[in-house]
Ligand binder design. Structure first.
Ligand SMILES: [Zn+2]
Length: 294
């Protein structure tokens, strides 16, 4: 690809990314202000434990959204470490004399397993999933867990507000009669309900997809590669199994680096950086029935 064309693509996506991050920050800020302007006055009319419990839930969820978004933006997805191989070793891989690693023509460097070249940033990314404008970077080995945490907190936060503002929304559209003692701003609650419902529906698709990927130990790119391999094996009467698939529970624990006895939902509180180097990955033991034959 022409160098100046590559630079234009890079510039376009980087500008779009800055706009997308600004938009996401604006939407989150609008939701927070909207909550305190429309729903908080209603909470003040309720009992103290009710008020406090709602404020704790809201603060936790919004804190989770902001912190996981910060973490996913600030954490680089991971590139091929410098000096991993000598020039001589890279040339051997380039000439096909070493089969352990693949070679990237664009970077003139080795490609560790699960690594892919990203056309936007023009670099190889470890365990690359996709380029995301909302974080202005790739989702890869080191930030994929934060990305999934961000999606989860977004959905939980939106769900909480949708549930809180559902009744005021029904009042606003004339489905229910307003309470004589309530001082809620039904119109503002309705706007909040619609914003959060739209976000919930759109983000939940992405959330379920990435949960599926985490549970099956695949990236989006690998999913399509594995699909092709599976189809090829099916046509030829063979069985294909993803070599990195350790089983749902182990995949989940590995993805978030949870301990064996940890509850699955502990991923919501685990913001530690991934310690795995992104070069070597645990593989499932082959069995007679399900060998990875490709
Ligand atoms: Zn590359």
């Amino acid at each position: 690809m022409n160098c100046s064309f590559q630079f234009l693509i890079f510039l376009f996506f980087k500008s779009l990314g800055i706009f997308a991050i600004g938009l996401a920050t604006f939407v989150v800020s609008t939701v927070v202000v909207g909550y305190y302007k429309s729903y908080y006055p209603f909470l003040l009319t309720k009992s103290f434990p009710f008020l406090v419990s709602h404020l704790i839930i809201f603060s936790w969820l919004i804190g989770g959204v902001v912190y996981s978004y910060y973490k996913v933006i600030r954490t680089k997805p991971g590139g091929v470490p410098l000096g991993m191989k000598t020039r001589e070793q890279i040339d051997q891989i380039k000439q096909g004399r070493s089969k352990k690693y693949r070679y990237c023509k664009k970077c003139d460097n080795i490609k560790p397993p699960r690594c892919h070249h990203d056309r936007v940033t023009g670099k190889c990314v470890l365990k690359m999933d996709h380029y995301c404008v909302w974080i202005n970077d790739c989702v890869g080995h080191y930030n994929h867990k934060f990305f999934l945490q961000f999606l989860t907190y977004c959905c939980l936060g939106c769900l909480y507000i949708v549930l809180c503002t559902f009744t005021p929304f029904l009042v606003d559209i004339g489905f229910l009669k307003p309470s004589s003692t309530s001082n809620q701003n039904y119109e503002k609650c309705s706007i909040l309900f619609v914003i959060c419902l739209v976000c919930l529906i759109s983000v939940s698709f992405l959330l379920f997809w990435h949960m599926f990927l985490a549970l099956t130990n695949q990236t989006t790119i690998e999913y399509y590669e594995n699909k092709d391999r599976k189809a090829y094996c099916n046509e030829n009467g063979l069985i294909y199994k993803n070599e990195y698939d350790l089983g749902k529970r182990n995949n989940w624990n590995w993805f978030f680096e949870l301990k064996e006895n940890d509850r699955w939902w502990k991923f919501l509180f685990n913001f530690r950086r991934i310690s795995n180097d992104g070069i070597t990955y645990p593989k499932a033991n082959s069995t007679k029935k399900s060998e990875n034959i490709l």
